[in-house]
Write a protein of this length. Structure first.
Length: 416
């Protein structure tokens, strides 16, 4: 069995439930196994991993509470659901205090069973992602001074790193490929060559003029973007108190508005809901700018993800900040690399820097490699920070060994 499969273990001595459960899950990508008691469950789990375990409240031998405690003591603990019959709800509620995630009432109804199991599997996915992120953070040894030295060498032309050719080439490409400043220069030269004088007027091919207008608009967008970033730097963005629920709703609205682009390469996006219920926790900010920054991070993930991939967005709260994680399995770039090389993890936020020379015209991200620069500017103005690094991909087998992880961290305030 592949560790990426969705596997459920039912612990129940009622053999009559087997066929109804298999029928309810038929056609899904969920693999299910059955054992009759707690010892059988522990033996099964020692040899295989199950994302979700459904425990009957009245199992024989080891009781339900004892099994729940043993499952929660495992290094890689599963998501636990409890099944029960009518009249036993009070006993189930008590189990929520010891780490049970959800319950399912018997007799099982197919739609409800599938819904609750899918929710539990989604939680299991995000638990796995969070564990990976914590492991990766412990491995991360970031030496900002070295990165600053590298950037200084590049600027001064003193770097002996051959990969700097990619940096310079991509900056040049940003200003010359597709609609933009370089294209404007080329168009003007072509117009000078093709234009015919007629009295005090010129006769110019309409297709050239249309291209000129199009590229002029692109250049104007860049100028407007720089003006917007300048305004962000000079204005106070702390005029609104935004709850974590406000931010979660904004992310939901972004996903709905970008549904067509999400479907473009058959992507799917999973939005996590960890620890967003605290109504007295806020960030100071301006939702208009945060929405645009989050949208840019989503489109960036869509552009560079493997087709058919699942992209994860997780909103959570740490003791003093709000955190949003964007994770996507990246496609291979033109240099044969997956994701963002470690030496570029800071450079990608610099103006005009692009990892790829390719232009993704189907995705309306900000022009000329300025998208992540804009995001960084917005997050910093909210007294936060954004960073990017690779995380091992243990959730799918589409071909990417790592996730590209963008981590946004913004300090919170607590109203008492």
């Amino acid at each position: 069995m592949d560790g990426n499969e969705k596997k459920i273990l039912f612990v129940d001595d009622d053999e009559s439930i087997t066929n109804p459960i298999r029928s309810a899950l038929f056609g899904s990508d969920i693999f299910v196994e059955f054992v009759q008691n707690g010892m059988g469950a522990l033996e099964k789990i020692t040899h295989d991993f199950f994302s979700v375990v459904v425990v009957d409240l009245n199992i024989h031998g080891m009781d339900c509470l004892g099994l729940v405690n043993r499952l929660n003591s495992l290094p890689n603990k599963p998501i636990i659901l409890v099944s029960f019959k009518s009249g036993e709800i009070n006993s189930v509620i008590n189990l929520f205090q010891v780490g049970v995630y959800d319950y399912i009432q018997k007799p099982y109804r197919s739609v409800e069973l599938l819904h609750r199991i899918q929710k539990a599997l989604e939680v299991a996915e995000f638990r796995s992602i969070n564990n990976q992120l914590e492991t990766e953070k412990k491995k991360q040894v970031r030496k900002q001074s070295n990165l600053n030295l590298r950037k200084e060498k590049i600027i001064n032309g003193n770097s002996d790193d051959s990969s700097d050719d990619q940096l310079i080439g991509n900056i040049r490409t940003s200003l010359s490929q597709g609609a933009g400043f370089g294209a404007l220069v080329s168009l003007i030269k072509r117009i000078e060559k093709k234009a015919k004088r007629k009295g005090e007027d010129y006769i110019i091919d309409s297709s050239l003029m249309e291209s000129l207008f199009e590229n002029g608009q692109a250049a104007k967008r860049v100028i407007n973007l720089f003006e917007e970033m300048e305004n962000i730097g000079s204005n106070d963005l702390s005029e609104e108190l935004l709850s974590l629920s406000d931010l979660h709703q904004t992310l939901e609205e972004i996903l709905e508005s970008q549904r067509e682009l999400i479907n473009l390469q058959n992507h799917s996006v999973v939005l996590g809901k960890n620890a967003i219920a605290e109504q007295n926790v806020f960030i100071n900010g301006k939702l208009e700018y945060l929405r645009k920054a989050f949208e840019e991070l989503l489109l960036n993930a869509l552009k560079f993800s493997i087709p058919n991939a699942r992209i994860y967005i997780n909103l959570s709260k740490s003791p003093k900040s709000m955190k949003i994680d964007f994770l996507n399995p990246p496609n291979r770039d033109q240099y044969g690399n997956y994701g963002i090389p470690e030496s570029y993890e800071s450079l990608i936020f610099e103006p005009f820097f692009r990892m790829s020379r390719l232009v993704h015209e189907r995705y309306p991200t900000l022009d000329f490699g300025l998208g992540l620069t804009y995001v960084d500017k917005v997050i910093r103005k909210h007294n936060g920070h954004i960073k990017s690094f690779l995380v091992k991909n243990q959730l799918d087998d589409l071909g990417a060994s790592d996730f590209v992880h963008f981590e946004v961290d913004i300090p919170t305030v607590v109203l008492v």
